[in-house]
Design a protein around this ligand. Structure first.
Ligand SMILES: [Zn+2]
Length: 969
């Protein structure tokens, strides 16, 4: 009996602690704190309810003075990174690598944890993963050997979103646990995998979040600092940058991926309860290898099962994010045949314990049979427990099945190489048509940064009906990263009947860069003579100076570098041609720069040549000023406005301006409020989108907290106060600011509201004959649409082809109505309700046949001219018209419904068809330029940036070429 019960006890214990080895020396005080800080027993598992001890290796408690997940405490990056380095110092099982600096110069790190044996041959493991990533050079025996002896790498990343505070803390404890644990569970992970950890992806934002949290605690929760900035540029969109690669953190992640080739990249987020695992709702991205999708499903199913089995409620998958757009950080791995995935655990405010409501996620659904409770007392440690337990399950799964995951990685790489002979296409070609060589090179270089191989045709190639000149770029699909290139260059179709998209629906880079790309299915393209290009592609600039040159001409091809050139030579006088012209057989577009020797410094040719080489532009010396009207273009002073409520979207504008080396002032709405004479300081003020959270009156009224909210660098908040600083961020634009803006325009300034910000000058009466429509049936979320130049003389469209549609980015709205009806506040929707229906009336014939009214001649001949209204009759009539009806110019229009969609989701496009995309509204001596589209979005919309910069450069002459008089003249 006694022996039996002892056996029973042992069996029972080993059942409970499946992962624990009896020999482990445990840290009892640490375990007691874990239990104390966990709000409900069912939020604890046997994987994380204890902490092993290992001689000489510091626990988080020993290093930090508190356990991971202790209430009310967040640690700075220097302590989190410091702890990882302390582990590396104490144990041969850990090494810390630097990934490079953030946008503000802080260090990002990569921690590698594995067994001593694996760490001793880490270089060899990395090399074997690199070889598996490119199977073209492997025969079957070599590949088998690599799989047999290989060790997969699993990369965990935390702290991308600065308001999500669990993962950087959790990853310290996880690293320790893998170093110090001696359970079978941990040993298997250590021996059969390299665990890579980046505790904080957004280091700049993390330290700000810690500052703000500690400030709140120091003021006993009565005064809180609003986390106005996360990274230097953007907030949660740091998880939408992996296509455009604008942020240093994205580049560091991508480069680190390409150095290590981990089989999994697992990014840790916090939002919905209790633990959501990233298998999506669909539609899934259609360019993924189905194996990747199966791995999403399989891994999620294992984690849900394992955690549910342990009694944790509210662990689920599907039913949230869609799986469509490839903009998230884990696509750094997915683009390259690895698995990328994420968690969302229930977060909260910093390390607070709160009673939280689960909302809709507490409902049972087919994908959530065991939902979260409606309300729960939720502790920071709960969050740590769930993240860590899930991750330990995932790590064990990959470690126990290391050969399977390596073989699948190899297989996905092989299937990417086999694309041309299987699903296709064979290649994409960027034709060397000479139209926008710099834009084409920029697109090629972006693909290079993703690891894609690029070739160049050595001779002209004829593929079916297409002819491609020598020098055309070829992106072959028989390469390991073909899937990445295919995903970025192909056209997206998102069925409107599918579940609502989580983010952008179209991202096709060719149209967004205004570069023509051809999708080639014929394998003949692969047989053409071509050479592989080294990265990056550089277009060399040149200055062609014939004897007798008096003026240099730089052609305007709607490429961004032209504007960089203008600002690089600020003291040089330049003019813009108002029409296209030809000299000596060379064609120059309207807007081309004319740079005379006369009136400029004597060293102009030398300096111009240097700048041309830097930006890859060409200038040609002409004997005389061409016979074309022109106007002076100086370097206008630009201000980008920001609110303190939401700084998300203006970051993309700042980033674009900085990459083009065009200076700007970054001014708050309060600065605008407090500067009566804005015109004295600025020439152009840009109001980026995203500033209006709620209705426009809230933007005007601003933040109204009862206590001052500083955003300043102090001893207690050393990480705040950048990129801008304020002693008190309360208030907003206020009516004073609205008036200042109006005065700014009237005094000759250019005001550029973008997308949602167009509401402000419309609602506050800067203009009269514009209105914002809200067509209920239009669905156009984050989509690429076609627009056409509708006012060929405006400087805003300089460099663009007048007869070809331009692809633009549009996100849901605004739909801007123009004309008399708009001035009465009516939109097309209202008109329809009132009886006026757009398009052909119901009547005779086929849809495109002319309509015919009965009982009158079909057509009436016009004889002679009209006399019009004259004198006081006209004046009396005009009194009732909106003052700007005749002066407003629609410069760019969305295309007709049938041609509107380029890439993404569009439903009921009729509501947007032929509506204005860019509008120039003169006011007093100045202009307001309305952008219904967003020309500076996530570094992806490179092809529409010149619309904005043309307006800036020519802000004094926006009437150039217009037959219409300016208002007030
Ligand atoms: Zn997040």
């Amino acid at each position: 009996m006694k022996r039996f019960s002892l056996l029973f006890v042992i069996l029972f214990l080993s059942f409970l602690g499946a992962g624990r080895a009896g020999a482990e020396d445990l840290d009892q005080p640490y375990a007691a704190k874990i239990s104390e800080y966990t709000s409900e027993k069912f939020f604890l598992t046997e994987l994380v309810d204890h902490l092993p001890r290992a001689k000489g290796v510091p626990t988080p408690l020993e290093y930090l003075g508190h356990i991971v997940g202790a209430p009310d405490i967040l640690d700075y990056s220097r302590d989190i990174h410091g702890y990882m380095r302390a582990l590396a110092k104490a144990s041969p099982r850990v090494q810390v690598f630097t990934m490079g600096p953030t946008d503000q110069g802080k260090e990002m790190i990569l921690v590698a944890v594995s067994s001593e044996a694996n760490m001793a041959r880490l270089g060899e493991i990395r090399e074997s993963l690199r070889q598996l990533a490119d199977p073209r050079k492997l025969n079957e025996a070599q590949a088998d050997k690599l799989v047999l002896n290989g060790i997969p790498a699993y990369w965990l990343t935390g702290g991308l979103h600065s308001r999500e505070n669990g993962s950087p803390e959790m990853l310290m404890e996880l690293a320790y646990r893998i170093v110090a644990g001696e359970s079978d569970w941990i040993r298997s992970i250590r021996s059969n995998a390299v665990v890579l950890i980046t505790p904080i992806l957004e280091v700049d934002g993390w330290d700000r979040a810690v500052d703000a949290y500690r400030y709140g605690k120091a003021h006993k929760g009565k005064q809180l600092i609003h986390l106005a900035y996360w990274g230097n540029y953007v907030m949660h969109d740091n998880n939408r940058d992996v296509i455009g690669m604008g942020l240093k953190l994205s580049r560091n992640v991508l480069n680190t991926y390409l150095q290590w080739h981990p089989q999994v990249l697992h990014d840790l987020h916090e939002s919905i309860p209790f633990l959501y695992i990233s298998a999506g709702t669909g539609p899934y991205n259609a360019w993924l290898d189905p194996i990747t999708i199966n791995e999403w499903e399989e891994m999620a199913a294992i984690e849900v099962t394992e955690l549910t089995r342990r009694g944790i409620p509210g662990v689920w998958a599907h039913g949230f994010w869609d799986g469509w757009a490839p903009t998230y950080i884990e696509y750094a791995a997915i683009f390259h045949n690895s698995l990328g995935r994420f968690y969302e655990t229930f977060g909260g405010i910093g390390a607070d314990t709160q009673v939280r409501a689960s909302g809709d996620q507490s409902k049972r659904a087919w994908y959530r049979p065991n939902p979260p409770f409606e309300t729960i007392r939720w502790s920071f440690r709960n969050n740590i427990n769930l993240q860590q337990s899930g991750v330990l399950v995932a790590l064990k799964q990959v470690a126990d099945n290391r050969q399977k995951y390596l073989r699948q990685f190899l297989l996905k790489s092989r299937r990417s190489v086999a694309k041309p002979g299987n699903e296709g296409p064979a290649a994409y070609v960027i034709a060397a048509d000479g139209k926008r060589p710099l834009a084409a090179a920029n697109l090629v270089n972006l693909l290079f940064s993703h690891g894609v191989e690029i070739h160049q045709l050595e001779k002209e190639a004829e593929i079916g009906v297409d002819k491609f000149a020598a020098g055309s770029y070829v992106i072959r699909m028989d390469q390991p990263y073909s899937r990445c290139a295919d995903m970025l260059l192909d056209i997206q179709y998102y069925n409107p009947k599918d579940p609502k998209p989580y983010d952008d629906t179209g991202w096709t880079l060719g149209p967004l860069f205004n570069v023509k790309t051809a999708r080639i299915t014929s394998a003949a393209i692969l047989e053409q003579p071509m050479k592989r290009l080294p990265a990056p592609v550089r277009i060399s600039g040149s200055l062609e100076k014939a004897p007798g040159t008096t003026v240099f001409a730089v052609n305007h091809r709607a490429e961004n570098e032209l504007f960089s050139l203008r600002y690089a030579l600020r003291d040089i006088r330049m003019r813009a041609a108002e029409k296209g012209f030809s000299v000596e057989g060379k064609r120059f577009n309207a807007g081309s720069l004319l740079i005379p020797l006369k009136g400029n410094p004597a060293d102009l040719p030398r300096r111009l040549e240097k700048a041309l080489q830097k930006f890859g532009l060409a200038a040609i010396g002409l004997a005389a000023m061409p016979d074309v009207a022109s106007h002076e273009v100086d370097c206008p002073r630009i201000a980008i406005a920001h609110s303190w409520t939401y700084t998300q979207d203006d970051g993309w504008f700042r980033l674009a301006f900085e990459q083009l080396e065009i200076p700007y002032a970054y001014v708050s709405l309060q600065d605008i409020r407090d500067t009566p004479d804005l015109r004295r300081k600025y020439d152009c003020i840009i109001l980026p989108p995203g500033l209006i959270v709620g209705n426009v009156q809230r933007l005007v009224n601003g933040i109204t907290a009862g206590y001052p909210i500083p955003w300043q660098k102090t001893a207690a908040t050393p990480n705040l106060g950048s990129p801008v600083s304020s002693a008190d961020i309360r208030g907003g634009l206020e009516l004073q600011g609205v008036l200042n803006l109006q005065r700014f325009v009237a005094a000759g300034g250019l005001f550029i509201p973008i997308a949602s910000s167009c509401q402000l000058p419309i609602d506050y009466g800067f203009v009269e004959s514009l209105a914002i429509g809200r067509p209920k049936e239009l669905q156009a979320p984050g989509v690429i649409l076609a627009a056409t130049v509708s006012d060929a003389f405006s400087p805003v469209v300089y460099g663009y082809e007048r007869d070809k549609p331009l692809a633009v980015y549009f996100n849901r709205g605004p739909v801007i109505e123009t004309g008399i009806a708009a001035s009465m506040g009516a939109t097309s929707d209202d008109m329809r309700e009132m009886g006026d229906v757009p398009g052909k009336p119901s009547g005779r014939g086929a849809p495109r046949d002319p309509d015919l009214a009965q009982g009158r001649p079909a057509k009436v001949e016009i004889k002679g001219g009209g006399t019009g209204m004259e004198g006081d009759i006209k004046e009396a009539f005009d009194m009732y018209l909106p003052r700007d009806l005749r002066t407003i110019r629609v410069l760019l229009r969305f295309d007709a419904a049938a041609k509107l969609l380029v890439s993404g989701l569009l439903e009921n496009g009729e509501a947007l068809a032929n509506k204005a995309a860019v509008i120039d509204a003169p006011l007093g001596q100045g202009h307001i330029l309305f952008f219904a589209i967003n020309p500076m979005w996530r570094m992806e919309t490179q092809g529409s940036i010149p619309l904005l910069l043309n307006a800036v450069l020519n802000y004094r002459n926006l009437q150039a070429g217009s037959a219409k008089p300016a208002a007030g003249k």
